[in-house]
Design a protein around this ligand. Structure first.
Ligand SMILES: *Cc1c(COP(=O)(O)O)cnc(C)c1O
Length: 376
């Protein structure tokens, strides 16, 4: 079976883990956490980055930092992972879901402004497949209405909008190092904080509501409970794994881009069959997080996934629209979101991982081509 995903080990993961463990400090915010954070500052210019146990945690930190209160409204796409919404629902917010674009599963920037009310507190944009949302449009709306912008950059490491790294554009950015992402640590994530006025509070929330970080730096002579917070930082074991991956980011990324381009070149003929291929706007880069196709309808997608399964290829669909979910549909305001529903029904993701070799990739491409050339 060709799997959908296979976690890639770049080589030094176990070495750094044993170095970290044997050094005697295994809990969080030690040498490897700091090495990772320094890497992000150097490579992407993130002013403050804080490793977390997951992107879910980073989003929860962003909701705390934005001071989201019960009754506040938060605008986000319906076509996203549950954590994008849960982080704000945990603070009592009402989620106002926005539809996806016709040419791309990301949020339709043109439909955001009509959703704003006096209760709106934040816009959460999700860079689907690592492809940037139109941030100038989103920032202009946020500025006009004094809203926070949170970037769910879970899929968007090493991707850019008009030359600016994603995660550095809104107020906060949340990344994931889950094993299905480009750069991994099993479970793992990171919050970026882009304005200095939030830096102190971010560190306190990260350190369980204490000023322990300031204490270690010698800025206060004892540390205590100064704010809300939680256990957001990962152990050094996770950070050591992540650091080995970061050191190999360029190799990982260039291999993934080559795989992406093979799919792109090999699957162009599907356009004539009405299949929608990935779209990269001119302001965005492609970080080769995933390769997806959008079929003509649900029946076609179901048949394609089944056809591939019979050839030992595991292709998978993606999100179920959150506005129709068992948990949220009674809380949603009833608006239909046709594009989100279309991606729910029609989008299929192809196997994508570092070690996917050319033979197997050609097998996948040929198998899809056969499917669309079969007599109906
Ligand atoms: C993967 C993902 C998440 C969750 O990341 P975790 O690290 O597993 O918590 C959130 N949002 C999006 C868009 C994702 O793709």
């Amino acid at each position: 079976m060709i799997p959908f995903n296979k976690p890639y080990l770049s080589g030094k993961e176990l070495h750094y883990i044993s170095d970290g463990v044997l050094s005697g400090k295994i809990s969080g915010n030690g040498k490897y956490t700091q090495l990772c954070q320094a890497f992000f500052k150097e490579k992407f210019g993130f002013k403050q980055s804080l490793l977390t146990s997951s992107c879910t945690d980073a989003l929860e930190m962003a909701a705390l930092l934005a001071n989201v209160q019960p009754g506040d409204e938060v605008i986000m796409p319906s076509y996203t992972f549950v954590s994008t919404a849960n982080a704000f629902v945990l603070r009592g917010a009402k989620i106002v879901f926005c539809d996806s674009r016709k040419d791309h599963p990301g949020m339709d920037e043109e439909s955001i402004e009509e959703l704003i009310t006096t209760k709106t507190k934040a816009i959460v944009c999700v860079h689907y497949a690592g492809v940037a949302c139109d941030m100038d449009k989103i920032l202009a709306i946020a500025k006009k209405h004094k809203l926070f912008v949170v970037e769910d950059a879970a899929q968007a490491i090493d991707s850019y909008y008009k030359g600016r790294p994603l995660g550095r554009i809104g107020d906060f950015g949340a990344f994931s190092f889950h094993e299905t992402k480009n750069i991994i640590s099993g479970e793992g994530g990171m919050l970026t904080v882009n304005h200095p006025e939030f830096a102190k509070r971010a560190e306190i929330i990260w350190e369980k509501g204490t000023n322990r970080s300031a204490f270690w730096r010698g800025e206060v002579d004892k540390y205590g409970w100064v704010d809300v917070g939680s256990s957001f930082l990962p152990s050094e074991v996770v950070a050591a794994f992540l650091y080995a991956q970061l050191e190999n980011m360029e190799t990982i990324q260039s291999q993934r881009k080559a795989i992406w381009k093979n799919y792109w070149d090999g699957l162009q003929p599907l356009k004539e069959k009405g299949v929608q291929l990935p779209f990269i706007p001119e302001y965005a880069t492609n970080n080769a997080h995933m390769f997806y196709l959008v079929c003509n309808n649900l029946e076609e997608r179901t048949a394609l996934i089944e056809h591939l399964k019979q050839q030992q290829i595991n292709a998978v669909f993606h999100y179920l629209s959150l506005h129709k979910s068992p948990y949220y549909h009674t809380k949603h305001d009833g608006r239909g979101l046709p594009q989100s529903d279309r991606y729910e029904d029609c989008l299929v993701r192809l196997p994508f991982y570092y070690e996917l070799n050319e033979t197997n990739q050609n097998l996948i491409i040929n198998s899809i081509t056969d499917f669309y050339e079969r007599p109906v």
